[in-house]
Ligand binder design. Structure first.
Ligand SMILES: Cc1ncc(COP(=O)(O)O)c(C=O)c1O
Length: 279
């Protein structure tokens, strides 16, 4: 039976309960983080904990734990299945209080963490790529915060699912932002492009790692605004996320991307990312 962390205790998942007035339930008033771990070793833990700090600061919630304490509890969760690949989910809400939009005074946060198996992306996705659709980005203007209030993302992702696609690529004011649950990288005129990290996108850790790999291996790359027409003329497209790693997008809105197969830059980055994950 898998054990989860809830407010200081490790308990079986089936026994984990929160009160109905938790502000995470009532308002989506909380933040979360997802950390991939390969054979018991978290990848880019420091960057994930820094982003958690950024999200907490953005919703004005003090970090309930120190980085060392976070690391300890993540290690404890992972130790339950040290030989498998897992993802660790952390969530902090503003706690339990009578329903009122204004922040409650002196209310302890709810702190929850769980590790679960993380299957590798399907081989077919990697070999053939996946399809994606585009939609206008109708989310709020603080997409840099990883909040649990994800309804806009859910609706967009569901449109992709219902269109038989794997991801929904978002466009705001004629510019690419990101995917509903991933970052999007574009290969345009031989250069790997990523949208700037600002309030319109989540600063994805996998995207940052991919750009670092590009820098280390002399793959031309740049972070700059990407127009919708550059997106549609892309030679290659890929999505990145902690749980899906790097996945080629080979069909966009029913049209082939480049020659409709995963391209050389994507394949190179996929191989480099596998190395980065360790033996
Ligand atoms: C909206 C959004 N953008 C980007 C990402 C990718 O971030 P990361 O690579 O840190 O998982 C995610 C991950 O779930 C996401 O939900």
């Amino acid at each position: 039976m898998s054990m989860v962390y809830l407010n200081g205790d490790f308990i079986p998942l089936e026994q984990a309960r929160i009160p109905i007035l938790d502000r995470g339930f009532i308002f989506g008033d909380g933040v979360y983080e997802v950390i991939p771990a390969y054979r018991g070793q978290p990848l880019a833990l420091e960057q994930h904990l820094q982003r958690l700090e950024h999200s907490l600061a953005g919703i004005r919630l003090p970090n309930p734990l120190t980085p060392v304490r976070w690391q300890q509890l993540i290690e404890q969760l992972l130790a339950q299945a040290p030989n498998t690949d897992q993802s660790v989910y952390l969530q902090i809400t503003r706690g339990v209080a009578p329903r009122d939009h204004a922040f409650p005074a002196q209310t302890p946060p709810t702190v929850f963490a769980l590790a679960k198996p993380m299957p590798a992306p399907p081989t077919q996705w990697i070999q053939e790529g996946v399809s994606a659709i585009t939609r206008p980005d109708n989310r709020w203007l603080r997409c840099d915060l990883k909040t649990t209030a994800l309804l806009a993302n859910l609706l967009l992702r569901q449109e992709a699912v219902e269109a038989g696609a794997v991801e929904c690529v978002l466009i705001r004011d004629g510019m690419l932002t990101e995917g509903a649950a991933s970052n999007i990288l574009v290969v345009h005129q031989g250069q790997l492009l990523a949208p700037p990290r600002n309030h319109l996108i989540l600063a994805g850790i996998t995207c940052a790692l991919t750009l670092e790999l590009a820098a280390r291996h002399q793959i031309p790359h740049q972070e700059r605004p990407i127009t919708e027409s550059e997106l549609r003329q892309a030679e290659e497209l890929m999505l990145t996320s902690s749980t899906r790693e790097i996945v080629p997008i080979t069909v966009l809105d029913g049209q082939p991307v480049g020659n409709g197969k995963p391209g050389p830059v994507t394949r190179r980055l996929l191989a480099l990312y596998q190395e980065l994950k360790g033996p």
